[in-house]
Each structure stands twice: as C-alpha cells, then as structure tokens.
Ligand binder design. Sequence first.
Ligand SMILES: Nc1nc2c(ncn2[C@@H]2O[C@H](COP(=O)(O)OP(=O)(O)OP(=O)(O)O)[C@@H](O)[C@H]2O)c(=O)[nH]1
Ligand SMILES: [Mg+2]
Length: 609
Amino acid sequence: MNYRSDIRNIAIIAHVDHGKTTLVDAMLKQSKIFRNNQMVGELIMDQNALEREKGITIMAKNTAVVYQGVKINIIDTPGHADFSGEVERVLSMADGCLLLVDSIEGPMPQTKFVLRLAMKIGLKPIVVINKIDRRNSRIAQVQKLTEDLFLELAISADQLDFPVLYASAREGTVVTELGMKGKDVTPLLECILGKVPPPKIESGPFQMLVSNLAYDSHKGKIAIGRIWRGKVAPHQPVVSVGADGSVTHYEISEVFTYLGLKRLKVEEVEAGDIVAVTGLDKVNIGDTIASLEQTEALPRIEIGEPTVEMTFGVNTSPFAGREGHFCTTRQLWARLSRELETNLSLRVQGTDSRDTLLVKGRGELHLAILIETMRREGYEFEVSKPKAITKIVDGNLVEPVEVLTIDTKDEYLGVLTEMLSKRQAQLTDMRNDGHDDVRLVFHVPTKGLIGFRTIFSTATHGESIMNATFLGYEPYRGDIISTRNGALVASEQGIAVTYGLNNAQGRGCTFIEPGTLVYEGMVIGLNSQPKDIAINVCKEKKKTNVRSSTSDIAIKLAPPVQLSLEQAIDFTNDDELVEVTPGNIRLRKRLLTQAQRSKDSSSSRRSVK
Ligand SMILES: Nc1nc2c(ncn2[C@@H]2O[C@H](COP(=O)(O)OP(=O)(O)OP(=O)(O)O)[C@@H](O)[C@H]2O)c(=O)[nH]1
Ligand SMILES: [Mg+2]
C-alpha cells in the first residue's frame, strides 16, 4: 500500500450555522486564488440561488486549496438535518474531517449525528471550536462537552486523540492555544497536513466511486468522485457498474480536478485525488467506474431512509394551467425522476391515482426546497400536508422520532411545554444558564413536529430557536389530534375586495390582499374558531343613496399574513392542499364546494358512529 503525500482529502461537518462555509471562505481567500480586486463576497461556496436566499448550505460541494505544495481537497457539507443524505453521500471521499462546534451553542444533535457517521467510517476528526470572537462564548465548557461526545461515539481508542483548534472563521483566524492572537488560517492548514492521513493508494488498474453528479449543457453529465486505484485520462475505455451489477462500456471524454471555484481540465489524474469525468451519460451516484481489466464494484453509498412523505399531483384547481409551463403528470414524473439521480435521500412512487405521486424525503425542509426549486423552473402542481412515514418492524408499527433542541427564554417555558406535550414530546433535558436563557431537549415523534415550526415561532415571538435531528424508530404512540383552528374559505370565484375581506377579518386573520383572484374553496385565512367557515370575500358593499360616513369609505384592513411556501405547507390540514405555481402559492380545501364538504363531513360522521 502506498500513500500520496501531495494530497489531503477532508470533509467539513457540523450542526447548521456553526460556520463551515465561512471557514471555507477564509481558506479560499487566503490561498490567494482570487485576484486582488476580485469581488467574491461571503459564503462563496453557497452558489445556488436558494442557498444564498436562505443563508444555508443545501448541497455538499467540492473545492481545493494548495498549501506548501500539498493540494487539500475540501468538501463543504450542509448542517441542516434535512440534508443529512448529502453528508452521507460525500464522506467516503475524505480521509479526515473538521468537526466545527459553535463556541456558544456547543455540540448540538446534528453535531452528534455527523460525528457518528464520520467515526463509523473511521475518519480522524480535527475539532475546531468556532466563533470564539462571540461575546458570550464559553469555550472551555464547549470543549468539555465535545470531549464527552467523543467518549460516547468513538469506535477505536485512537479516535479519542483528536487535536483541538480555536477559530473565528468570520475573521479568518485560527489558533492552537486559547489566548494567542490569531493572524490567519495557517495553523489549521498545518494541522490538516500533520494530522489528516494522506490518501492510501492501492496498486492496480483504475477504479473510482461516483459520489456526485453535475450537468453541463455542453459536456453533459459530469461524474465526480474519488479515485481509489490507478489513473484516469481522456479517451480511456472504462466500464460503470450499476446498483444491480450491470456493466456499461464508455470512453472517458474529459478529466478535471478542483482548484478554488474552478474545475481544471487535466491530462491525467492518479489515485487519491478527487476527480470529475465526462462521457458517461447513464452513470449514477454510487456506481463504480473502473478500467476494463478489473471491473469489481466498490461498496455502494448507504443513505438513511426518508422520514416524511407528501403527494405531488397535477393541479386540479379552477386556475390550473394559467401560470405554469409544465403542468402534466408526465412532466412532473420526468422532473422528479431527474431529481432522484442526485437527491439520494428522495424516493418517488406512484399512487392509486394516475395524477398523483408520493414523494418521500428527510424532512419538511428537504421537500419544501424541492418544491420551491421546481416552482421556479416553471412547474405547477399541488401538494398535500406532509406525513411521517411509519413502518412495520417485527410485526409492530413504528414511527420516526427526533431529538428536538429548543433555545428559549424562561417566560416561554409554560407555553412550549404545553404545546409539545399535546404533540407527544417527552422532555429529556433542561438547562438554565442562571439568567433567563433555557435549553430544552425533547424526544418527539416526527408527526408531532409537522406544523409545529410556525406556531413555535409565533408563540415565542421569534425569540427562540428550534432544531430537530432524526433519532430512530420507536413504537407508534397513537394519533395526534389537530389543534389548528378552522379555515376561512372563499365561497365564490372572483376578485377579493376590501369590503369582503373586512368581513372575513371579523372572523379571524386573512392571507390575501384586495385584488387577489380567488375561487370557491380557496383558503383565504384562519378562523378564530375551530370550524371552517365559507365567506364571500368578493362581496361589494351595497350601493345606497344614503351618503356613507367617512369610516365607511375608508375601511382599514389589517395587513394580510403572507405565508411562505414552508409556512403554507406547515399550515395545511389533511383535507387541504397547497397549490404551487411559478407565480402563486395558494391554499385550498380538497373539496372545493360547500356542498361537497358538508356531504363529506356528514358521511364521515356517520361512518364514525
Ligand atoms: N461571530 C461569528 N460569526 C460567524 C463565524 N463563522 C460564521 N459565522 C456566522 O454564522 C452564520 C452561519 O455561517 P455559515 O458559514 O453559513 O454556517 P454553515 O455551518 O456553513 O451553515 P450550513 O451550511 O447551513 O449548515 C453566518 O452568519 C456567519 O457569518 C465566526 O467565527 N464568528
Ligand atoms: Mg454552509
């Protein structure tokens, strides 16, 4: 076995927002790959439009810097639990990892989740306590908690011997001892060179595992992964080995490696490096690409199962087809099939209805990002309320359960505990910092978290943070009764007017502005009572000969509550749908007319008896 001392492969892993992408910024900027006057901004690797808007990483990405003649391939990963599949997908490319921990928050459930993954495949982590510039940082305590986490998760004794560095990714500084004045990220680069094992090279013909795919309008499909054996060059004949063991012959077109934000076209790449190759138009993530002489497959990438599902269907609202470019089942199916190639924790299957597909993902945000992406591409469709996926294990019904961490203030303890106990949550830990900041940890079934995010943020006036990470499957705890109030439902098609909306506001809060086109059965607000009510929001004030008083002329409406896509999905009940088009997000009852709904509720009442 040989080693390549001129390369290191590292993944950066952490809980959401602990500063991974900012640390990559610092490494890229200090490696002088940009021109002095080049404006590169912040979170350089988060290039996708939704990543920039939301300020989070959604997809794992590769980059590389060179330090002391050694190329460091860096894989930036997302920290949000819903994108855990991305971390699982790329970790096998690395020989070591940087585990970032926020100097105030300390290790969080997702820190544990990703560290466990890294330990399982034998990676040796370097701990980076980040954001040490923050005023209330509690570095010693956070370090102790991180050590405890290693004790809990280490598989071998040598995993307990990990270096600890202290960073301010935002200032671009890393130090080896607390109290030292930071200058740059050199101590981190030195540590990577010293502590991350150089890639091992097996002797033999070319073999690589595909960990990612990209597309280019000229080059076609680009397969990205690590070379485990041999070398690869343009025009080399190869085979790809699929999930079912099937072998397809290809000729490599072009070969690239990473440097900074660029892919560099190269003549040859040897084992140990991360490479991008073109010319294999049917290759999938998890496939092995190998030379013709020795075609055995590498172990496939294991991805955790999806935990929530929702239906994606052809838009059946009266406004169907008005705003989208792609509206048919065939177009939806084709788009979702394409998504399955790269979005590994996603599953899609047919349903009893020809026009509806069941889409499964790792959480509400995972599915919401897909919906938003498709909407922006011109797709129009309707989606249902997400449901947690239950399954039968050894004859028993089990359901997904998550660890929920809430950072809040003393004053919200009562309301949060009450809301969560209705959702079958069990408090497992509560820590008070001696002032009025409290951290609560719950175990809660995934079904209890669906629809919780919006009411959580309203109940705590946006002053609290919640994070949930998959824990495992536990015996089903029974149904949760929905506590949402009824909907205000438009009773007629037309244009909503101030007078009609003012009437609606007498019943609850509204979601739309005057001038909005509505149809019968569209949800236009939330009732302050448990039942749905139908209201004609298009109704104008009757014209009379009597002069109106000034208060009549200028009705002042409260501004509508405008729901984002995630909030709309969170809000929906089982008997409702979200209509998604490039121009609008509308909520609607599944059954549009009052007559259908009354008939349905009386027949379901009869069937309960
Ligand atoms: N004060 C301070 N803020 C930081 C530091 N590093 C990152 N941040 C801020 O923390 C926020 C999150 O940073 P990101 O780099 O996006 O975090 P991330 O870990 O990549 O987040 P995800 O990829 O979404 O999991 C941003 O607002 C950063 O500016 C730091 O060292 N000090
Ligand atoms: Mg990031």
